[in-house]
Design a protein around this ligand. Structure first.
Ligand code: CTP
Ligand code: MG
Length: 235
């Protein structure tokens, strides 16, 4: 038996407050065209047909909510809900503890609510083909500078070597558990894996997998939906 054929569990960190978005609800519960970001993210994961189960990491006060009230009825029996922690890495740790039986995990921000299903497929294909840590990336469009504490420029990295990082990030489950164990905080799970000296590979990201962080991002997400651009590509 191929050891890379085992189950894939999606971990959906959705426990953030969305301070930068500034809406009254925790961000994952903000609606886009009548459906929450959380519900849209879960649907995209299952639409990919490469995810067996999903663990939603919810704000603690919502963690006792039955899955069927958080996501579409059709998915509820494949979804569990756990309470998140103070920092994103704490929430990922809580999700990992509920991902028993997983061979691979896909950690995916609920805030990337328009992520097309085929991006999950690309990441899982890379895991099945032999990678233990895989991240979707896009070329960087702006020139990027490094600066010192006063804001004075210290360097201009060659843009052709830089990539902007998205989710879903895919991992061998034991590798992410080890890397996450001592993490204080990380905006990017792969960063923890890199620090442990492991090789992290990349697949092509998708502009629709942008993270909804600020009010401008919310305007963009709603405009994308209103425009009829396909967020679910034909599988
Ligand atoms: N997240 C989480 N637990 C935390 C912090 C963040 O599960 N303690 C999740 C968020 O719900 C989001 C993803 O991690 O889906 C990416 O984080 P971010 O975009 O920073 O969301 P928030 O932390 O909610 O936003 P802000 O930083 O503006 O408060
Ligand atoms: Mg945050």
């Amino acid at each position: 038996m191929n050891d890379r054929n085992g189950p894939v569990v999606g971990i959906l960190p959705a426990a953030g407050r969305g301070v930068r978005l500034g809406e009254p609800l925790p961000k994952a519960f903000v609606e886009l065209d009548g459906r929450t970001m959380l519900d849209r993210s879960v649907e995209a994961m299952f639409a990919s047909a490469v995810v067996d189960r999903v663990v939603i990491v919810a704000p603690p006060e919502l963690a006792a909510t039955p899955a069927a009230r958080l996501v579409g009825e059709a998915f509820a029996d494949r979804v569990s809900v756990v309470a998140g922690g103070a920092e994103r890495a704490d929430s990922v740790r809580a999700g990992l503890s509920a991902a028993s039986g997983a061979r691979f995990v896909l950690v995916h921000d609920a805030a990337r609510a328009l992520t097309p299903a085929d991006l999950f497929v690309r990441v899982v294909d890379a895991l099945r083909a032999g990678s233990d840590a895989v991240i979707p990336v896009l070329p960087v469009v702006d020139t990027v500078k490094s600066v010192d504490a006063e804001g004075a420029v210290t360097g201009t990295p060659d843009r052709s070597t830089l990539r902007a990082v998205q989710t879903p990030q895919g991992f061998d489950v034991a590798l992410l558990e080890r890397a996450n164990r001592d993490a204080a905080d990380a905006t990017d799970d792969a960063g923890l894996v890199e620090r442990s000296g492991q090789r992290v590979t990349t697949v092509a990201g998708d502009p629709l997998a942008f993270k909804i962080t600020t009010p401008l991002d919310l305007v963009l997400a709603r405009a994308v939906l209103a425009s009829g651009v396909r967020t679910e590509k034909e599988m």
